[in-house]
Ligand binder design. Structure first.
Ligand code: ZN
Length: 65
């Protein structure tokens, strides 16, 4: 009986870990595929690599000013 309970506990734990590990991964890929345009040079780049200043996006710190 103890072995069955242990098996159920392990399966539940693996399921919870797999579920929590998948969630942030999906959010991350969603963010990185979203494209923004640099206000200075009009370059398109992923939001994760862009720098935000007010309502505008920039490709690098030097283009921010
Ligand atoms: Zn730029």
């Amino acid at each position: 009986m103890y072995q069955v309970l242990l098996l159920i506990a392990v399966i539940t734990l693996v399921y919870l870990i797999a579920r929590s590990a998948r969630k942030p991964k999906a959010n991350l890929s969603e963010k990185s595929t979203e494209m923004v345009k640099c206000e200075k040079c009009r370059l398109n780049l992923p939001k994760s690599e862009a720098i935000k200043s007010g309502n505008y996006w920039f490709c690098s710190e030097s283009h921010k000013n």
